[in-house]
Design a protein around this ligand. Structure first.
Ligand SMILES: NC(=O)c1ccc[n+]([C@@H]2O[C@H](COP(=O)([O-])OP(=O)(O)OC[C@H]3O[C@@H](n4cnc5c(N)ncnc54)[C@H](O)[C@@H]3O)[C@@H](O)[C@H]2O)c1
Length: 459
């Protein structure tokens, strides 16, 4: 008997540990902060925080994995008053409420966003981190209520709903920032705006490659004591706890791995090439997992008609091998730039041997000196020309992000509210990315090339 109880206890602890691990996996923001990150959260143990004059009063709708990452980043930003949390799941509500309490923020807690909007009369902005299919309903209702919105990517799992968000932002005049956080990352801004666009260090840009590969994983579970009753699940549109926890894999709620992961990087292709794609072809399938609806692997090729001529980008998302992890490469006639949200995986430029010198860029502080010389390979035994095949040395980028990856994007949002400065990813930009990404699923399904016209990207 004792043994059985112990086994039961162990199982419960095991599943709870696993659950916490999976819940925190999206807390990648912290891990991504890199060396030198300032981990000091504002106000720990300092008693109940009162709203100060000039503070922006904020609420969160959706306090799951990503909601907690954003919440944690917001705790580092001065001048915010945490007013309320809304989540349909008791587990997420309690977690967020207790977490904020630790930093002296006593928040009101709601299950239904409509109650939050009726009762919270003093809000300035809302952070929306619910599953993709609810973004439009939540963001639109908040903007209609006179609030600015930071809404996680993907903007929506439907282009009609994403368009409605652009229209609401336009009509209400509220800021709507979409959570493509690389757009505010100083490392990405330096690489793309400064080095590729202004200094044109790669000459003509012709190709891009990006990938997000993950090892195979089980479906997410949940602590059984937090099982949501079926009637409540259905009230909020979820077929089951399995769907509720694994919404990314089901067509009603999300767009699958290509939308979930690909959107971060496909967004960069348009930023780098300065235009939206003109065509897309793709292949993918539900080849591995039998209990999930969306494609578990997708390979994509885009074409871009840039000012300098045609450019192409190759993208893949894999969910049954983590080979190579996630990173992006931008290639031009004079070299390439490798980036990743994890700086160890990409934060450098590589110069082709024939390219104009980069030493002057080092003197200007725009690049660091080459860390490795061009590989010395002898041609004695191999019948290749090392001048064109040898690996180039790395020229590290001099910019570091000494804070969690989402913090600059949130800061950009709050700055816009305070000072009327531009958003780095306003609704229109988020919509362009949504078109490029969501159409991949159509290309896979119909096994045909899709041609885009510029007006397809306008909402
Ligand atoms: N920018 C990034 O790097 C990044 C990373 C991860 C997730 N995301 C995005 O964040 C969003 C949330 O993802 P997640 O990983 O946190 O998912 P999650 O399932 O862990 O959390 C979603 C939360 O929303 C709550 N919720 C669901 N429906 C709701 C409703 N109708 N009203 C209120 N609350 C509701 C759930 O109870 C849960 O707590 C998604 O849009 C996802 O694409 C972005």
């Amino acid at each position: 008997m004792k043994k059985n109880n112990e086994t039961k206890k162990e199982n419960t602890q095991f599943s709870r540990r696993r659950f916490l691990k999976s819940s925190l996996s999206a807390g990648l923001g912290l891990a991504l902060a890199g060396p030198g990150a300032d981990y000091a959260l504002l106000g720990q143990g300092a008693g109940k925080k009162k709203k100060k004059p000039g503070d922006l009063s904020i609420a969160f709708i959706g306090a799951g994995s990503q909601g907690r990452v954003l919440l944690e980043s917001c705790l580092r930003i001065p001048g915010l008053h945490f007013a309320a949390i809304c989540d349909i799941w008791e587990y997420s509500r309690r977690y967020a409420q207790r977490y904020l309490k630790k930093y002296g923020h006593i928040v009101n807690v709601y299950e239904d966003y409509r109650e939050l909007l009726t009762k919270e009369k003093d809000l300035d902005a809302v952070v929306v981190a619910t599953p993709d299919w609810m973004h439009a309903e939540h963001a639109n209702a908040c903007m209609e209520a006179g609030l600015h919105v930071y809404c996680e990517k993907e903007m929506s799992n439907s282009l009609a709903k994403a368009r409605s968000m652009v229209e609401t932002a336009r009509r209400t005049g509220k800021f709507l920032q979409i959570g493509h956080q690389r757009r505010s990352n100083p490392r990405y801004i330096h690489a793309i705006d400064k080095l590729l666009h202004e200094k044109e260090i790669l000459g003509r840009l012709g190709q891009a490659y990006a990938q997000w590969n993950r090892a195979k994983s089980d479906m997410l579970g949940w602590p059984k004591k937090y099982t949501i009753p079926q009637a409540k699940l259905e009230k909020y549109g979820y077929a089951s706890m399995t769907h509720f926890r694994n919404w990314r894999w089901f067509k009603k709620y999300g767009g699958g791995p290509i939308v979930d992961l690909g959107s971060h990087q496909i967004d960069l292709f348009s930023w780098v090439f300065g235009v939206n794609p003109s065509t897309v072809i793709a292949s993918g399938g539900s080849d591995f997992y039998k209990n999930r609806e969306w494609y578990d692997n997708v390979m994509v090729i885009y074409e871009f008609e840039t000012k300098a001529g045609t450019a192409r980008a190759l993208y893949q998302v894999q969910t049954t091998t983590k080979h190579g992890g996630f990173y992006e490469v931008f290639m031009g006639e004079n070299g390439s730039v490798v980036l990743s949200e994890v700086p160890q995986k990409g934060n450098w430029a590589m110069r082709e041997a024939h390219a104009p010198e980069w030493d002057s860029l080092v003197k200007q502080g725009l690049l660091k000196s080459e860390t490795a010389p061009i590989q010395k390979v002898t041609t004695k035994d191999i019948f290749v020309d090392v001048r064109v095949t040898a690996e180039a040395g790395r020229w590290p980028l001099p910019v570091e992000l000494a804070k969690p990856a989402h913090q600059p994007h949130l800061e950009n949002f709050f700055d816009a509210i305070r000072h009327d400065t531009p958003l780095n990813c306003p609704a229109e930009v988020g919509y362009e990315c949504a078109v490029a990404v969501i159409k991949v699923n159509e290309a896979v399904k119909n096994k045909r090339l899709i041609k885009f016209r510029p007006e397809h990207f306008k909402a």
